[in-house]
Ligand binder design. Structure first.
Ligand SMILES: Nc1nc2c(ncn2[C@@H]2O[C@H](COP(=O)(O)OP(=O)(O)OP(=O)(O)O)[C@@H](O)[C@H]2O)c(=O)[nH]1
Ligand SMILES: [Mg+2]
Length: 471
């Protein structure tokens, strides 16, 4: 398979981490460098030093203040570092300014994340998405790169291509980048179209539930605990980059389709959000989203905000969102109860409808299935449904999934009195079942006598405020 991903450019390089703390950066107070360290670890670099600076605003040309740049240059020399990774997003000219000043390769946060994605992408779709994001991110940097090529001695310049500098070369490369982008986008569109049809047909047939959440929250572990599994779960960021779908048995003969997908992170490069939209297709079109949080993480509440806003950004505004507090085993052990992490009681107070679970011990998983089943059924009523006997599929559905209170056989049809949910009726109608409810054609009955599921009334509120249970 052809892939143009520039991966592992920084694998096992001696690296210094730099974090500029601006008033607007939301960092985990207990361990502000924690996430950057985890990202660096996932990228496989060797961290040999760290530096921080508090600034009110970044200093134009080098982002860091002058004194700090000198300090960093000295540190690079002393520690024999080959790469400096910033936790901030830098402009192309800032990268250039820094590289000249410290004589060392400089990467910003977005590039680090892109590098991890490039390394992890295994499906064709993920590879295309990452390469598009890389090209989009690197293209504006080409001019800056050509301009100072040759001046940097402490490491190869960042980005694509290493041929001779010059305006003409720059023009050619721009055109090449554009042509390649067009081709990649075309291929991705094709895959995305196929994927969309798949998701739509699954949605028509089944109740679909999506696991979403911050990276490392435990989505894949939950997925494995709830289904027959097969997802890769690992204590690294972005362990999952594609999507997996499996059946989840909810009890009482009912099942839904559960999807596991890529995790979110703060300041996800926006090109990546855009291109991962189709990987997230399952989430966007799910009937219900389980927002999984690592409840033992001191930064969990901030993570929740990031997840809510990312979901809005990718257009996943239709499905209801149910908050799932994972890793409660760690909360109980007290490991997550440092002064900045919420206790289980604290969580209950803030999010009364949230469900505490542990993918590891299995606690709370039954309650989770029950809640999802309730959502799947919608409001339940006891109704008389008349079904032609030749529609064996519908008869089977009712017999298997709805408690039957009475059966009355007539000429070529059966009238079943069942306890059935609003959504189950929708599901039957979507499958083309020809039923009567209380003597009326089902569509008429639903339209005139049974309001749509409750959460639709909530459309007016911004989606990120719409967590189930706070309605
Ligand atoms: N103690 C504890 N650890 C858990 C639990 N669930 C997951 N973990 C651990 O948390 C880490 C991340 O789990 P994953 O399931 O890979 O997380 P994810 O949300 O799929 O992560 P990405 O795919 O990287 O976004 C792994 O080391 C898991 O073993 C839990 O309930 N309790
Ligand atoms: Mg995962």
């Amino acid at each position: 398979m052809e892939t143009g991903l520039s991966e592992s450019r920084i694998l096992s390089e001696r690296t210094i981490l730099v974090q500029v703390r601006l008033p607007s950066t939301e960092l985990d107070e207990a361990d502000p460098m924690g996430e950057l360290r985890a990202l660096a670890d996932t990228a496989g670099v060797q961290v040999v030093g760290e530096m921080t600076q508090n600034l009110r605003i970044p200093r134009g040309a080098t982002y860091l203040g002058k004194g700090k740049v000198e300090e960093l240059a000295a540190m690079v020399q002393a520690l024999e570092a080959r790469v400096v990774v910033f936790d901030n997003d830098l402009s192309p000219s800032q990268v250039q300014g820094l590289e000249e000043a410290i004589r060392c390769k400089v990467l910003d946060r977005s590039e680090l994340i892109l590098d991890i994605f490039a390394h992890r992408a295994t499906t064709r779709q993920a590879q295309l998405q990452v390469e598009i994001a890389q090209l989009q991110y690197t293209a504006p940097r080409l001019r800056a790169m050509w301009a100072h090529l040759g001046q940097v001695t402490g490491g190869a310049p960042v980005g694509v291509g290493t041929r001779g500098p010059g305006e003409q070369q720059l023009e050619i490369d721009r055109r090449l980048v554009k042509a390649r982008l067009d081709r990649l986008r075309g291929e991705l569109d094709e895959i995305a179209g196929r994927k969309q049809r798949e998701v739509q047909s699954r949605r028509g047939e089944h109740f679909t539930v999506g696991l979403v959440g911050y990276t490392n929250a435990g989505k894949s572990s939950l997925f494995n605990a709830l289904t027959r599994g097969g997802a890769f779960a690992n204590d690294q960021l972005f362990a999952t980059l594609g999507t997996r779908v499996e059946q989840w048995n909810l009890g009482g003969g009912n099942a839904c389709m559960l999807s596991d997908t890529v995790g979110f992170i703060r300041d996800l490069p926006h090109h990546l959000v855009a291109s991962f939209r189709s990987t997230l297709e399952d989430a966007v079109h799910a009937h219900l989203l389980l927002v999984v949080l690592d409840a033992a993480d001191p930064a969990a509440e901030r993570h929740l905000e990031v997840v809510q806003h990312t979901l809005d950004a990718i257009g996943a505004t239709e499905p209801a969102r149910l908050l799932v507090l994972n890793k409660v085993d760690r909360l109980r052990e007290g490991r997550g109860t440092s002064k900045v992490a919420l206790s289980l009681d604290g969580w209950r107070e803030r999010h009364p409808a949230a469900l505490p679970v542990s993918a590891h011990t299995g606690e709370g998983l039954e309650a989770l299935a029950t809640t999802v089943l309730e959502r799947m059924k919608g409001e339940v009523r006891s109704l008389r449904l008349t079904v032609p006997l030749r529609d064996a599929r519908t008869v089977d559905f009712l017999e298997k999934r709805c408690p039957v209170e009475a059966r009355d056989y007539g000429e070529g049809h059966v009238t079943l009195t069942v306890r059935i949910g609003r959504r189950q009726v929708d599901q039957l109608l979507a499958r083309g079942a020809r039923i009567e409810i209380e003597g009326l054609p089902a569509n008429d009955f639903v339209r005139s006598r049974w309001d749509p599921p409750a959460e639709r009334a909530d459309r007016g509120r911004p989606p990120h405020e719409r967590l189930v249970g706070e309605w």
